[in-house]
Ligand binder design. Structure first.
Ligand code: ADP
Ligand code: DP6
Ligand code: CO
Length: 370
């Protein structure tokens, strides 16, 4: 008997222009466009295995070894259903001029009728503000795509990205590497709310990201519920989405195209601050940063001030997702100095600072941190 099983991994992405707010909570359509950097797969990733079997009685997901309930009408169910629908659609496409079905692995026409068992592992803290929902849903959709033979040229990354978006908004960006924009779109069906590559990683290989794990515990307010509360109660959010983000999206895209780190850093830090400001402007307020997060901001600010004074411009850019963990973007030439600086102020042995990982083109081994 054949075994129908496939495994895929996806990396996290860390936004420099933050997505925070939905105009449609079911389809996951955002209130603003966003832009992120997809990190190297070797570091922070989700790995997901999907198996289809006629003997299975229900779709089931294990996340880090524990059953994660697939709720009716929930995001997991939507992604699984959409992937099954896509396979059916392609097999049933009888158009002779586009014999798509012939390209699908037809060993079992019924494959999409079978229930699936899915097991996923994150090699980094889950729900701690390090974008596990992004890598998680991207890996889920990718593994089902492998299982159902929904791969290029039959199915484009763009189609998979649209489905991953319905699992977690930020996941649509993890289907692409490098610098990725998620265009908010205008259509009510969400068909133009998609991720596009702004530049591949090779365009700016000197760009590195340091992940500073301040806390690996699960956040108190999930991104989903936090942003919904912000949409409902924050007046500042309206200013952010209408006036602030559109200009920043254009400016940071140009900065990336021109490899202008100084501008990239200023906008990245400004947008992280703006995002955490709208969290504070939420009723009741949401605090994702803690004392260590704020102390890291002060160190980076001072480091940049001294660098600007020497006429060398900004050298480091902090950004925080919905959690206390810092991500510092910096160029390769400065990365060792920054890691040493961070570790000098926040020694891992002091217990307040858990880990530092060099990612996106760099590796921790390079700098002897571990
Ligand atoms: P994060 O900051 O880590 O993205 P979120 O609050 O956005 O935190 O989302 C966390 C949720 O994402 C988890 O509770 C879980 O439901 C989902 N998730 C995380 N990792 C995976 C995964 N590998 N596969 C499927 N779902 C995942
Ligand atoms: C702060 O994509 O996790 O990381 O769509 O509800 O799953 P859902 O939210 P999610 O939100 C991410 C918020 C952010 C910013 C970003 O990644 O752009
Ligand atoms: Co998330």
């Amino acid at each position: 008997m054949s075994v129908y099983q496939a495994t895929a991994s996806a990396p996290v992405n860390i936004a420099v222009i933050k997505y925070w707010g939905k105009r449609d909570t079911k389809l996951i359509l955002p209130t603003n466009s966003s832009l992120s950097v997809t990190l190297d797969q070797d570091h922070l990733r989700s790995t997901t295995t999907s198996r289809a079997d006629p003997a299975f009685t229900q779709d089931t997901l294990w996340l880090n070894g524990k059953i994660d309930e697939i709720k009716a009408g929930g995001r997991l169910e939507t992604c699984i259903r959409e992937m099954k629908r896509l396979r059916k659609e392609i097999i049933e496409d009888k158009d002779a001029s586009a014999p798509k079905a012939n390209q699908v692995d037809l060993r079992s026409l019924q494959l999409s009728e079978y229930k699936v068992h899915i097991a996923s592992y994150n090699n980094f803290p889950t729900a701690a503000g390090l974008a596990s929902s992004a890598s998680g849903f991207a890996a889920l959709v990718s593994s089902l795509a492998q299982l159902y033979s929904l791969v290029p040229p039959l199915v484009s990354p763009s189609t998979l990205s649209l489905i991953a978006r319905q699992g977690s908004g930020s996941a649509c960006r993890s289907l692409y590497g490098g610098f990725v924009a998620w265009e908010q779109g205008v259509r009510p069906d969400g068909s133009d709310s998609l991720a596009i590559e702004v530049a591949p990683q090779a365009h700016w290989p000197e760009m590195h990201a340091l992940i500073c794990v301040v806390s690996d515990t699960k956040k108190g307010t999930s991104s989903t519920s936090g942003m919904q509360r912000t949409v409902e109660t924050s007046t500042l959010l309206q200013h952010r989405i209408k006036e602030v983000v559109p200009a920043r999206m254009a400016a940071i895209t140009t900065a990336i195209q021109q490899r202008d780190f100084d501008t990239f850093a200023r906008i990245t830090m400004a947008d992280s601050n703006s995002f955490h400001a709208v969290c504070l402007d939420t009723e009741p307020p949401i605090f994702y940063l803690n004392d260590v997060s704020r102390a890291i901001i002060s160190v980076v600010v001072e480091y940049n001030r001294l660098s600007v004074e020497r006429g060398e411009g900004y050298k480091a850019a902090y950004t925080y997702d919905a959690g206390p963990n810092a991500v510092i973007y910096a160029l390769e030439k400065d990365i060792k100095e920054i890691i040493q600086l961070v570790l000098a102020y926040f020694p891992q042995t002091a217990g307040e600072f858990k880990d530092v990982l060099g990612v996106f083109g760099g590796s921790v081994q390079d700098v002897n941190v571990h």
